[in-house]
Design a protein around this ligand. Structure first.
Ligand SMILES: Cc1cc2nc3c(=O)[nH]c(=O)nc-3n(C[C@H](O)[C@H](O)[C@H](O)COP(=O)(O)OP(=O)(O)OC[C@H]3O[C@@H](n4cnc5c(N)ncnc54)[C@H](O)[C@@H]3O)c2cc1C
Length: 290
C-alpha cells in the first residue's frame, strides 16, 4: 500500500462537497473530433470558483439531472481554474446527454476525486508520457505542469496514438508543446491518404527513441491493451516498476470507495486510483478483468 503514497494527494486539493453536486455553468463547448468535445465549466458559487483545486490526473463526477453521473477526468490546466475543462467522448446515457448540452446550461460537479500523476515528485527525471485515444485528456494537465516548470525536468517524450488521423485530439496544441522542448511522437492505427506520420500502436513508438532507465519515469493512460503493451516496453527497458504510473478506468458509481463498482484487487479505482504506481497493481495486471 505504501507505493500509493507517491500518487495520493496531500495538501493543496480543495474540493466542493463530495456527496452533493456543486452547480457549474457550461461556458463553452469545444468540439474536438467526431464524438468528442471539451466542456468548459464555471462554478456558479464564486467562492468555490476561487477555492477549488485539483491535481493533474484527477477526475470529477459530472451530473446531469435525469440522466445520472459519469466520471470525467479534468483535461485543463490545474493552475487555471476559473474555467475547468472536461473532454468527453459520447458513449452512453450520461455522455450522450452531455453531447446535447448548450452554453448556458448547468451541470453538477462532485470532486475532484482520485490520485494524481506525481509530477512534482518526478522533478529532475526524464518522463515518457504515453497516451492513447481518450487517454490523452487526463494526461494534458501533467503536460501543462511540465511545460510551466520545464527547467525542472530532463528529457520529455510524449507518445500519442489514435485510431485514425481524424481521431487525434488537441492537434492544434502539439506544436506549442514541441516549442517547450518536448519530443512528440504521434501514431495512428489506420492512416488516410493525407497521413505522412507513423502507423502502428503507441507502444511501437518506444523503438523510435532511447531512454535511460536510471532516470526515466513512464506515465500511461488509454485502452487497457495499450497500457499493457506500454508497461511491457517500459519493463523491457528496465524502467523500475515504481517509476511506471498507470491510470486505470473502471465503471464507477459513488466515487468514494463505498460501492465496490470499480475494484481492482484490494483497490478502488475511484479512491486509490485512477493513477497507480505499477508496482502496486502488478499482481493484478495479468489477471483477466483484473
Ligand atoms: C477515472 C475515470 C476517468 C474518466 N475520464 C473520462 C474522460 O476524461 N472522458 C471520457 O469521455 N470518459 C472518461 N471516463 C469514462 C466514463 O466515465 C465512462 O465512459 C462512463 O460510463 C460514461 O457514462 P455514460 O452514462 O455516458 O455511459 P454508460 O451508459 O455508463 O456506458 C456506456 C458504455 O461504456 C461502458 N463503460 C462504462 N464505464 C466504463 C469504463 N469506466 N470503462 C470501460 N467501459 C465502460 C459500458 O459498459 C457501456 O458499454 C473516465 C472513467 C474513469 C473511471
Amino acid at each position: 500500500m505504501t507505493a500509493l503514497a507517491a500518487v495520493r494527494p496531500t495538501a493543496g486539493v480543495k474540493t466542493g462537497e463530495l456527496l452533493k453536486p456543486s452547480w457549474a455553468d457550461v461556458v463553452d463547448i469545444q468540439p474536438e473530433v467526431e464524438g468528442i468535445s471539451t466542456l468548459w465549466l464555471r462554478f456558479q458559487d464564486p467562492s468555490l470558483r476561487k477555492e477549488y483545486r485539483f491535481l493533474p490526473g484527477q477526475f470529477n463526477m459530472i451530473y446531469l439531472p435525469g440522466y445520472g453521473e459519469a466520471a470525467i477526468s479534468i483535461s485543463s490546466d490545474s493552475e487555471k481554474r476559473e474555467l475547468i475543462g472536461h473532454t468527453v467522448r459520447f458513449v452512453g446515457n450520461v455522455t450522450r446527454a452531455v453531447s446535447r448540452l448548450k452554453t448556458g446550461d448547468a451541470v453538477g460537479i462532485r470532486g475532484p476525486f482520485g490520485t494524481h500523476w506525481p509530477v512534482e515528485k518526478l522533478e529532475g527525471k526524464d518522463i515518457v508520457i504515453a497516451g492513447g485515444g481518450i487517454g490523452i485528456p487526463p494526461m494534458r494537465p501533467a503536460i501543462y505542469h511540465i511545460i510551466r516548470n520545464r527547467s525542472k525536468y530532463g528529457k520529455i517524450t510524449v507518445l500519442y496514438g489514435a485510431r485514425t488521423p481524424a481521431d487525434l485530439l488537441y492537434t492544434s496544441e502539439l506544436d506549442e508543446w514541441r516549442k517547450s522542448d518536448i519530443d512528440i511522437q504521434v501514431t495512428v492505427d489506420r492512416a488516410d491518404s493525407n497521413w505522412q506520420g507513423q502507423v502502428g500502436v503507441v507502444s511501437m513508438l518506444f523503438y523510435r527513441f532511447r531512454l535511460d532507465q536510471t532516470r526515466t519515469a513512464v506515465l500511461t493512460c488509454g485502452p487497457e491493451i495499450m497500457i499493457r503493451f506500454v508497461v511491457f516496453e517500459a519493463l523491457a527497458r528496465r524502467v523500475p516498476t515504481d517509476q511506471i504510473f498507470v491510470s486505470m478506468e473502471r465503471n464507477m458509481k459513488c466515487g468514494q470507495g463505498s460501492c465496490g463498482h470499480c475494484q481492482i484487487g484490494p483497490f478502488f479505482v475511484c479512491k486509490d486510483g485512477p493513477v497507480f504506481p505499477y508496482s502496486a497493481v502488478e499482481p493484478y495486471f495479468n489477471v483477466e478483468e483484473f
